[in-house]
Write a protein that binds this ligand. Structure first.
Ligand SMILES: *[C@@H]1O[C@H](CO)[C@@H](O)[C@H](O)[C@H]1NC(C)=O
Ligand SMILES: *[C@@H]1O[C@H](CO)[C@@H](O)[C@H](O)[C@H]1NC(C)=O
Ligand SMILES: *[C@@H]1O[C@H](CO)[C@@H](O)[C@H](O)[C@H]1NC(C)=O
Ligand SMILES: *[C@@H]1O[C@H](CO)[C@@H](O)[C@H](O)[C@H]1NC(C)=O
Ligand SMILES: *[C@@H]1O[C@H](CO)[C@@H](O)[C@H](O)[C@H]1NC(C)=O
Length: 654
């Protein structure tokens, strides 16, 4: 009886919480669902996460978005040539990671892979390859090929891709993955991998995805393996690993550093190039008349340097330009001028506890300070951040390959084993599709905006808000509101960009999935709102009146942020600032001569619960002038003593 119970527990399907990105807000495939669970877990990518968690895309105003321009994209200033902009990436992972000491033993091997994609924002709004968050929760479509001609394939793409649905990877990238033979050398354990209508198994079938389920236009083979051996649009930021011995390999094999190849074939009886090929290696490619072609990753294209010498002579000690074929070449006979990417960071992952979805040893959520890229073109970029969490075990050699597939697999599904003194049989809970497993979360799209020239030499810190509407059990595995970083140290040359985003549809309603529905909190149901008011100490919950504040009087306002910095002349700068941040942007300034229709003088009274304020605030760029001072602040709406604390500190050092 006891054994039976134990077995029952082992069998119970636990599909529990895995990696959740909190800053920038991870979508976990959500868009704007008022429900606790996300609607479509294949909307953009395969997360392998629980269907709760994740954050809705931001709303620009105080009502739910209807159109794309009513969605809010976080915007962060790019780094300068000689100074950084930093963004605190923060997440929680469920199964533990890191650790190499006896005091913090590791229970699995783990790698965290941090990456992003970007696209110039001035891309035509009707371009179907444009990065976007989508207006409803459906996935982009995909149909298999009926006829392999250039026109038929272009038509198929036109029919599949919809402008009102989210897009991160492109259709061509997915189609190439779909029809490229999968890497037959890979270990697939005892999984049977499916085949496409042409009768072979493409790179969408993997040990972890044996039936080829599609999530947006993500390529499953690329998703499951890192470093990947073919081109992909992802640019590496960092690899945090429990085994730093692999860092050399990660850094040299990163597509940031090393070119990758694809087979390029012509359409039959034509000189037109195909965007796909079955052949995944040089030998098969050339034997079948294709050209094994080298592609490069890049930060951005420098299109105005239109020949090799003009291009490569731009190279400085900070930026390398290369005349080469980009991974997304429009014409594979035409090289372009590419700004190359730096080597990714690789370091020991911080220790986190297994089965915990919690903090690191220092009591803070696992995080990474991302030095945002500098784009020489000074163009606004639209980007997406992605984090993958790869956990593997020592039960088989990580270098294992297809020779151990099928019957020879060292691991079997839920095996019954005899290990005991009396040869009694025990069953292990083991799914060979998940033994060695990758989880993932991604941000919604955000902007990287160029720095105005006058601030080229200052470090910029991003001060944001994490969390969503509801109490701890309602939001789980997302988190309640807090400022991030809630303990920020700056010097008197540094700049701080204060900004936040929220949704008007975080109602956390039915279906509630594995948790509780409801969205307890202040103000209108389902609405995220934030603001910033000064308090005298972190122990206080009563903000001080403007006359007593120094936070705003001690700062220099560089401007309001839009997609650039907007300066407003005002004699009441401190008061304007206090009003703007405490009203969450409902008022921009005090006097009508300063900001006209957005002024306190001309607008109706503010709703004290901020219901009339926008859910997102593009914010301000500030410098704190006085060294050796600490400032404390809170959010007047969400801070509810004994229920929720939303407070922060800014420490100014010399
Ligand atoms: C996960 O780890 C395994 C084993 O080291 C490796 O083969 C695979 O490429 C990794 N995948 C990712 C996405 O990191
Ligand atoms: C493919 O097209 C190119 C011209 O774009 C031509 O030079 C080449 O010979 C063609 N290859 C085959 C195998 O027909
Ligand atoms: C306050 O906390 C209690 C108990 O932790 C919880 O039941 C309630 O929903 C919370 N209220 C708000 C407004 O978050
Ligand atoms: C603060 O939280 C308490 C406990 O849940 C709740 O009863 C109260 O309504 C909250 N205060 C406001 C102003 O919403
Ligand atoms: C912000 O930028 C957008 C797009 O560039 C522009 O349409 C809008 O008027 C700007 N808003 C303000 C307040 O300057």
């Amino acid at each position: 009886m006891h054994l039976f119970l134990i077995f029952f527990l082992l069998f119970a399907k636990t599909c529990f919480a895995d990696i959740y990105l909190h800053n920038p807000r991870g979508s976990n495939n959500r868009l704007n669902e008022p429900s606790a669970t996300r609607k479509n877990n294949n909307r953009i990518f395969d997360s392998q996460n629980n269907d709760r968690g994740g954050y809705n895309v931001g709303d620009a105003s105080n009502v739910p978005f209807q159109t794309e321009s009513q969605q809010y994209q976080m915007r962060y200033f790019q780094s300068g040539l000689s100074s950084d902009s930093v963004l605190n990436l923060e997440w929680t992972d469920q199964h533990g990671c890191g650790g190499n000491l006896e005091s913090d033993p590791t229970k699995q091997n783990c790698d965290l892979i941090l990456q992003y994609i970007c696209q110039s924002k001035d891309i035509d709004s009707t371009n179907i390859d444009r990065i976007r968050d989508g207006l409803n929760t459906n996935s982009q479509g995909y149909t298999e090929m009926a006829q392999d001609t250039l026109n038929a394939n272009l038509q198929r793409k036109q029919n599949d891709v919809k402008l009102d649905l989210a897009l991160q990877e492109t259709w061509d990238y997915y189609d190439n993955c779909f029809y490229r033979q999968r890497n037959l050398g890979l270990f697939a354990a005892d999984q049977n991998l499916n085949v496409n209508k042409k009768g072979y198994s493409g790179a969408v079938y993997t040990r972890q995805n044996p039936n080829g389920a599609r999530s947006g236009y993500e390529c499953p083979e690329e998703r499951d393996y890192y470093p990947y051996w073919h081109p992909s649009p992802w640019k590496d930021i960092a690899i945090l690993t429990s085994n730093v011995k692999n860092c050399d390999l990660f850094q040299t094999e990163s597509f940031n550093q090393k070119s990758k190849f694809l087979c390029i074939e012509n359409y039959s009886n034509s000189n037109d190039k195909k965007h796909w090929s079955k052949w995944n290696n040089k030998n098969d490619c050339e034997t079948n008349g294709g050209k094994w072609t080298e592609f490069f990753n890049y930060l951005e294209k420098a299109t105005h340097f239109n020949d090799e010498s003009k291009c490569q002579s731009q190279t400085t000690d900070k930026i390398i330009y290369k005349w080469a074929l980009p991974y997304d070449a429009i014409d594979i006979n035409r090289k372009e001028c590419l700004v190359l990417l730096p080597k990714p960071v690789c370091r020991q992952a911080e220790w986190t506890r297994s089965n915990h979805l919690g903090n690191t040893k220092d009591g803070k959520a696992p995080s990474f300070e991302w030095k945002l890229p500098y784009f020489p073109s000074k163009k606004i970029q639209k980007c997406v951040f992605r984090i993958r969490y790869n956990i593997t075990t020592d039960d088989y050699d990580p270098k294992i390959d297809s020779k151990s597939n099928g019957q020879k697999s060292p691991i079997k599904n839920n095996p019954q084993i005899k290990i005991g003194a009396n040869n009694q049989v025990l069953r292990l809970a083991l799914n060979t599709a998940q033994y060695g497993r990758v989880f993932q979360d991604r941000s919604h799209s955000f902007l990287l905006i160029p720095r105005p020239d006058q601030i080229s030499n200052s470090k910029i810190h991003n001060l944001n808000v994490r969390g969503k509407r509801g109490n701890i059990v309602q939001v789980y595995p997302a988190v309640e509101y807090d400022f991030i970083p809630n303990d920020l140290t700056v010097n008197t040359n540094d700049l701080v960009h204060i900004q936040w985003t929220g949704s008007n549809t975080h109602n956390n309603g039915q279906p509630e999935g594995d948790g509780q529905s409801g969205s307890d909190g202040q103000g209108r149901a389902g609405n995220d709102r934030n603001n910033l008011v000064q308090i005298l100490s972190l122990n206080d919950n009563y903000p001080i009146p403007f006359e007593m504040t120094d936070l705003w009087k001690d700062t220099e306002l560089f401007g309001y942020v839009n997609e650039t910095l907007i300066k407003i002349n005002s004699k009441d700068q401190a008061k304007d600032l206090a009003l703007y941040l405490s009203s969450s942007g409902y008022y921009k300034c005090v006097k009508k001569e300063t900001c006209d229709g957005e002024s306190y003088e001309l607008k109706q009274a503010l709703d004290p619960d901020l219901n009339s304020s926008p859910a997102s605030l593009p914010g301000v760029l500030l410098r704190f002038k006085k060294p050796n001072k600490n400032y404390f602040y809170m959010c007047s709406r969400n801070n509810n003593f004994s229920n929720r604390s939303q407070k922060g500190t800014i420490k100014v050092v010399d």
